[in-house]
Design a protein around this ligand. Structure first.
Ligand SMILES: [Fe+2]
Length: 500
């Protein structure tokens, strides 16, 4: 059985807590400007817009949030063309953001433990959640959508980042309906690209609603499946035939949340003695197996994110996921900035090989060091792939902030590593293919960095073929923005006329 070792004592030589914490400070201001501080050269062929979402505020008028995941969503965009780049950031004007900016105080409880001031009495029985629109941002079917998994998306104008409002996708979603923050983009389904995503209604048994969208944003498929037990499903993976989920071995006791003592996510209990279940749902309800949901038990672990999945010619399903040894909460820390890294659960990249005939699941560990936020070539989503890019801690042996970038050749095991340590901090890389490129690593890695020395955020561009030499260009912002969550790239340029 595979187990993830607990992290070793953290010598913290690769960073200081003060530097790391500064990257979480709120950025309440909104900007629009041409980036004039550029180190190196932006590749001439790199053209389009990179969007990123994440918490823009980690306090509300000085009242610190317990966890940055409770922070209001702020969208960053960098529009790139002809070697020039235009930066813009805007908060998503959610109902909660507008109300709290007006009143100057927290009006909502956060899922990740932020409580309203006034102790448990002020929080008990307030189950009203704020749709904070802070997790991901995607452009599909002509709509720019800010995603938060527990409710419907907010639509924004891609040119200005102005919030248009909640978007129910032409009536497909009910008011307040869950819509996951991790859509997958199938590069070729019946001759077209598809956005495949889901919505989860968790309970004593849980319902997964699966959606597929045509490139024009209209619905191609919509089906619901019930799975036994409580489910926490943040992300999933796709293959040409299946949607693949990992049902973590967790239970949910809502009482501390109801009574105002904890956030809802803090009521999730990891059960290390129970198996993790790989849930495989056919994308076609009329497939030869009748669209039946199948469950495959494997070693206990907790999964937020998946790198990829694919099917093999000999009837196996491969799933690559980032696995933790327990639910990664912040323990007894008063807020996230005080978290004890020695007790932050470690994560590894695991490869599950599911034999669909025998139901046997084998587990191997391609990446043993602490890692998060995988990205691959978009044309390889759901297909056998070679190159994986992922954020890593600088030190191979500890659980620590992501400061590095790792490229792994999944065929040979060869790895390249680059690190921004000691004063730089990273996050999610994004692979952008070079137009007309032929090799799988022919493209660029875009990586947002926090430079604590200059207290600014930078967009670093790497040549994906060789990341070890560092960024080929660095676009230095005039300020910092807090560490982000997820982002995406579209080849459409949403910036001003570059002659301006
Ligand atoms: Fe995520």
């Amino acid at each position: 059985m595979q187990t993830i070792p607990s992290p070793t004592q953290n010598s913290a030589v690769s960073f200081t807590r003060e530097d790391w914490k500064n990257g979480y400070e709120s950025q309440p201001k909104e900007f629009d400007y041409w980036i004039d501080d550029i180190e190196g050269e932006i590749p001439a062929e790199l053209s389009g817009t990179v969007f990123r979402n994440g918490p823009g505020l980690t306090d509300i008028n000085g009242y610190r949030l317990r966890h940055p995941f409770d922070g209001d969503g702020m969208i960053n965009s960098v529009a790139i063309a002809q070697g020039k780049a235009f930066y813009r950031n805007r908060f998503v004007r959610t109902q909660g953001y507008l109300a709290e900016q007006k009143s100057g105080k927290p009006e909502y409880r956060g899922v990740f433990g932020t409580q309203k001031p006034g102790g448990w009495l002020a929080n008990a029985f307030d189950l009203n959640l704020k749709n904070i629109a802070n997790t991901h941002i995607v452009y599909w079917g002509g709509r720019l959508l800010a995603l938060w998994e527990a409710a419907e998306p907010h639509r924004l104008d891609p040119n200005t980042l102005e919030t248009i409002g909640l978007d129910h996708l032409d009536g497909i979603l009910q008011e307040g309906e869950a819509f996951a923050a991790h859509p997958k983009f199938d590069p070729d389904c019946e001759g077209e690209e598809r956005m495949v995503t889901f919505g989860l209604k968790a309970g004593l048994s849980s319902t997964i609603r699966l959606f597929e969208f045509h490139p024009d944003g209209t619905l191609a498929k919509d089906h619901r499946h019930s799975i036994p037990g409580f489910a926490f499903l943040h992300d999933f993976a796709i293959t040409p035939n299946y949607c693949v989920f990992v049902q973590n071995p967790v239970s949910f006791n809502p009482m501390p949340f109801v009574f105002g003592l904890k956030g809802a996510a803090e009521c999730i209990q990891f059960n290390a003695k129970q198996p993790t279940k790989i849930v495989v749902i056919p994308r076609d309800a009329h497939s030869k197996d009748g669209g039946k949901v199948r469950f495959f038990e494997t070693d206990p672990c907790f999964v937020f994110h998946h790198a990829n999945a694919f099917e093999t010619d000999d009837g196996k399903l491969i799933l690559d996921s980032i696995c933790y040894n327990e639910f990664p909460d912040i323990g007894d820390a008063k807020d996230y900035s005080e978290v004890d890294f020695d007790h932050v659960p470690a994560s590894q990249l695991w490869r599950f090989t599911v034999d669909l005939a025998t139901e046997q699941v084998d587990v191997t560990v391609p990446i043993e060091r602490y890692c998060e936020f995988p990205t691959i070539h978009p044309q390889k989503v759901g297909r056998d792939y070679r190159y994986l890019y992922i954020g890593v801690a600088d030190d191979e042996t500890v659980s620590a902030p992501l400061q590095g970038l790792l490229k792994r050749d999944m065929q040979t095991g060869e790895e390249q590593v680059w690190s921004a340590a000691p004063r730089g901090f990273g996050g999610e890389p994004l692979f952008v293919a070079r137009p007309h490129g032929t090799n799988e690593d022919d493209g660029w890695i875009l990586l947002w960095l926090y430079n604590s020395e200059h207290n600014r955020t930078e967009l670093a561009i790497f040549n994906a073929k060789d990341i070890t030499t560092g960024p080929i260009a660095k676009l230095n912002l005039k300020h910092h923005v807090p560490y982000g969550l997820h982002g995406s790239f579209t080849s459409t340029y949403f910036g001003p006329d570059s002659n301006q």
